[in-house]
Design a protein around this ligand. Structure first.
Ligand code: WTA
Length: 646
């Protein structure tokens, strides 16, 4: 495959960008015609941000898996679609060609049909990073079921909330998952999540760890048994044609992915088929400057949007080889990524700044003897990258020969919105730089007015919004469209508000400075402060809590919790452990506070609002400059908190 829409020079980028803004419909029709549509669209774009309503390629019919699989079979059938590296370096890798992947997806799609899954049904997927996870996701897409993948680190309670919100009737899981030295008992977590659930009809369980599990008669079935029925041609309902796809409208939902916001409850971000396919493919090819035959290693988990877009849909729709890794970067040692790159001659490495910082901490020894010369392009995602980490990545991993793309985007955006294009447009350490064609960023002040005043360094600074839709903008939040409107489209009229702050320099480059709402970014994972507070408050002895972020060397942001505790305080260290256990049970280990400070009160205004600004400053260690505290109900509490800072 060669890609007519791959941008080859800075000038071509400028031309593409100009055209995409002046004639978005013409621009995206040109790109979209390179895909396989069962029926061409009637209109390229209809939209308003008031409701909001966005439709791309309306009237078009397609199935995204035909674009990710079937259309490659003739030329790329024998090429690896997925190379899988086990958590255990001794275990044999699995190489899944496009032909094999197609077959497995069709078989599992049939399994889903046999189990009663229909178009539009919600299927929750809670698995480790194994090829069967890819089969499950693509099989859902094949039959038009809406997949909702949940990261393996979330707790039973989190899963229960998501199942309830999505009204999911089906679950696909594993007995367990391997992650480093740990084994996560996935099925048993699912069993806990299902206590009291009356909606789930079927749980399909794949055997990975051989952890003992209990199977509920009538509800739970084994993946292997179900696959055997299909592959041996037993019990397949008459009239079903193996490999048949559900033909979807471009605007039919493809998946739901839950993400944290500034309220206590995660939102089910909904993406649809046509626009999401075009965008993940377009950005994959252009940002990484993917060349046919290259091996792409995205280290994210498929439980997050990065895995959806840049392990599965983007690379597969481009006919690339996607490397999927079950384990973690530091197991069995901190050289694991470098071993993998050497072993498979990886060309593109896409990872998170937090991973880079953590590996940097192990020094250069883990790199000794590892041949990284196959690398052509490096990428980062998920959080701002500090200059030190950028230079380390450049020098020691890319050997100063690989462009680094700093890709800024969100679960809601489906794919990258702001990034340099590898080797094509300029890179600047810690700057995401330029918008992708079709993306029109704008910086606004608190009142929504475009920022035009430059600071003394010639920079504009404001809240980052986007003026017009790109093909993979979220369409709604599942089951609650009003929530989508108020969260993203109501803060500033007629703009999509990202929740991030940004700088813009004189060259027009953007630098993302971080969230301006109550969302933390811990190790590249989004966590709402309200969610963590809710979880802490579930502890019987806790009266109230307030959670803020503070700079953390490796995680980017750490979680600092101020807690008013009324229970019996026999040993504060034990109480802290109890609180951590509560958070782990309610959300998952990723949301555990790094620091807990017990306080007797929180700084509140007379109307009862917690002044987080003050708490944030104290957590950051900026104790001398707290600003105006005269509006506080009890200013005395501030001194107490300052003195008790951890
Ligand atoms: C942050 C991950 C700076 C940002 C794809 C955004 C970044 C949030 C970058 C979305 C980057 C992501 N530079 N910040 N290159 N990429 N972010 O939904 O705050 O898990 O709003 O999507 O991560 O996180 P999410």
């Amino acid at each position: 495959m060669s890609f007519s829409y791959q941008i080859k020079s800075y000038n071509e980028y400028k031309e593409a960008y100009k055209k995409s803004v002046e004639d978005p419909e013409g621009f995206w029709a040109d790109v979209a015609q390179n895909f396989y549509w069962r029926r061409k669209w009637d209109t390229v774009l209809k939209w308003n941000f008031k409701e909001p309503r966005v439709e791309w390629f309306a009237g078009g019919k397609l199935n995204i898996t035909e674009n990710c699989l079937d259309r490659h079979l003739e030329k790329l059938g024998d090429k690896p679609a997925i190379i899988w590296e086990s958590n255990d370096p001794e275990e044999k890798p699995r190489v899944i060609t496009y032909t094999r992947l197609h077959k497995r997806v069709c078989q599992f799609a049939q399994v889903l049909r046999n189990n009663g899954v229909k178009k539009g049904d919600r299927v929750c997927i809670y698995m480790g990073m194994i090829p069967e996870l890819a089969y499950a996701v693509l099989a859902c897409a094949r039959i038009g079921a809406i997949h909702s993948v949940i990261f393996g680190g979330f707790s039973a309670q989190s899963i229960a909330d998501r199942l309830e919100d999505a009204q999911a009737e089906f679950i696909i899981t594993c007995d367990g998952a391997h992650r480093g030295a740990k084994e996560i008992p996935l099925k048993s977590v699912i069993d806990d999540a299902l206590i009291g659930n009356k909606v789930v009809k079927r749980v399909i369980v794949y055997t990975r760890t051989r952890t003992p599990v209990s199977m509920l008669k009538g509800r739970d079935v084994w993946w292997e048994d179900e696959m055997r029925i299909v592959s041996e041609g037993l019990d397949v309902p008459q009239g079903i044609n193996f490999g048949e796809v559900e033909i979807m409208d471009a605007e039919d939902p493809l998946f739901i992915l839950y993400t944290s916001g500034s309220t206590g409850k995660p939102k089910g971000v909904v993406h649809t088929s046509g626009g999401y396919m075009v965008w993940t493919n377009y950005t994959f090819i252009n940002v990484f400057q993917y060349q046919p035959g290259q091996i792409h290693f995205c280290t994210a988990d498929i439980g997050w949007i990065t895995g959806h877009s840049y392990i599965l849909y983007g690379p597969l729709s481009a006919g690339a080889t996607s490397l999927m890794f079950e384990g973690i970067p530091t197991w069995p040692d901190a050289g694991r990524f470098w071993d993998i790159i050497d072993k498979y001659k990886v060309n593109i490495l896409y990872t998170a700044p937090t991973a880079i910082r953590s590996l940097m901490g192990f020094g250069l020894d883990p790199l000794k003897g590892k041949d990284l010369s196959s690398l052509k392009v490096l990428g980062t995602v998920g959080e701002p990258i500090n200059e030190e980490a950028w230079h380390w990545y450049d020098e020691h991993i890319g050997k100063k020969k690989c462009p680094i793309v700093d890709t800024w985007w969100q679960t809601e955006t489906g794919g990258t919105l702001i990034s340099n294009l590898a080797g094509i447009t300029p890179a600047k350490p810690s700057w995401a730089t330029l918008p992708m064609p079709g993306v029109q960023p704008i910086l606004v002040d608190e009142s929504g007015k475009e920022v035009t005043e430059k600071d003394d360094q010639g920079m504009l600074k404001g809240n980052l919004c986007i003026k017009a839709p790109w093909p993979s903008i979220l369409r709604t939040t599942y089951g609650d469209h009003e929530r989508c409107r108020t969260n993203y489209f109501a803060t500033y009229p007629d703009l999509y508000f990202t929740g991030d702050g940004a700088l813009k320099n004189e060259e027009g480059f953007y630098r993302i400075t971080g969230r301006v709402d109550d969302v933390l970014n811990v190790s590249g994972h989004r966590i709402g402060t309200a969610e963590v507070e809710n979880a802490i408050n579930m502890h019987a002895g806790v009266v109230e809590s307030a959670v803020v972020g503070y700079p953390h060397d490796i995680k980017g942001q750490g979680i600092y919790a101020y807690v008013i505790f009324s229970g019996r305080h026999v040993d504060p260290e034990l109480t802290k452990k109890d609180i951590l256990a509560t958070v782990t049970r309610i959300i998952g280990a990723i949301a555990k506070p790094d620091k807990i400070q017990f306080v007797s009160g929180l700084p509140k205004t007379r109307s009862g609002k917690i002044m987080r600004r003050i708490l944030r400053k104290i957590a950051e260690g900026e104790i001398s400059n707290l600003g105006d505290i005269s509006t506080l109900l009890d200013p005395g509490v501030v001194d107490e908190i300052k003195n008790g800072k951890i």
